[in-house]
Design a binder for this molecule. Structure first.
Ligand SMILES: [Zn+2]
Length: 213
């Protein structure tokens, strides 16, 4: 028998009685004036690393694109389907966001898959395998380093995926131009699911540290 997931209906009721009731005026204004978020977040699909939750943000505050392993592909105007590039184009050119944050996270399944060279495709299409190929050159180097522990390799690769996305962001002419004009800033961040720690990437060195520490 058909059943819409009950936990979603329950959550929705709570939302209507809670957050929506409290912020009704804000939702109404947003509906009338449109969204004007100042921040684009590129995050992973992982259910444990939802940007709106982590940054405690309300409606209209964050423009979020999520994909496996928080990746931005390079600028490729080739007529193929590019969902992340489409979201990026809209955020930068239409919404004129001021900041783009690429947020990775600990225990990322996509990263684990790219480090595991023996991983079998999940389906004949092997969409994850092909998507993660973007990180293959770095992953092969890190996976082959047996002086690192598995946890160190995983963490290093999670950081690499963030830096790689930032490098690829700069292949988009609109990003490059606006960044040069000082109208757009690019940031990297990494969220540790187990402790809740947020680590922020130094834009010059690429190292991650905890803000305020
Ligand atoms: Zn992930």
């Amino acid at each position: 028998m058909y059943q819409f997931p009950e936990h979603l209906l329950g959550g929705y009721q709570k939302f209507m009685n809670g957050r929506f009731a409290e912020q009704q005026a804000r939702y109404k204004t947003l509906a009338e004036t449109g969204q004007q978020p100042k921040t684009l977040i590129v995050a992973c699909c992982d259910s444990r690393a939802a940007p709106e939750t982590i940054f405690d943000s309300g409606p209209g505050e964050l423009f979020v694109v999520r994909n496996v392993a928080n990746m931005v592909p390079p600028y490729e105007p080739d007529g193929q389907y590019h969902s992340t590039s489409a979201a990026l184009e809209f955020a930068v050119q239409s919404l004129r966001v001021k900041d783009i944050v690429v947020m990775g996270h600990g225990r990322c399944g996509g990263i684990k898959a790219v480090l595991d060279s023996g991983a079998e495709p999940l389906s004949p299409g092997d969409f994850i395998g092909k998507w993660m190929n973007m990180l293959k050159p770095s992953a092969e180097q890190i996976a082959g380093n047996d002086m690192m522990t598995a946890a160190e390799r995983q963490r290093a690769m999670e950081h690499v995926s963030i830096r790689n996305s930032i490098v690829n962001l700069r292949t988009f002419p609109c990003v490059q131009i606006l960044e040069q004009r000082g109208k757009l800033q690019l940031h990297g961040a990494w969220f540790d699911i187990s402790t809740g720690e947020l680590w922020v990437m130094d834009p010059k060195s690429g190292d991650f540290s905890r803000p305020g520490t």
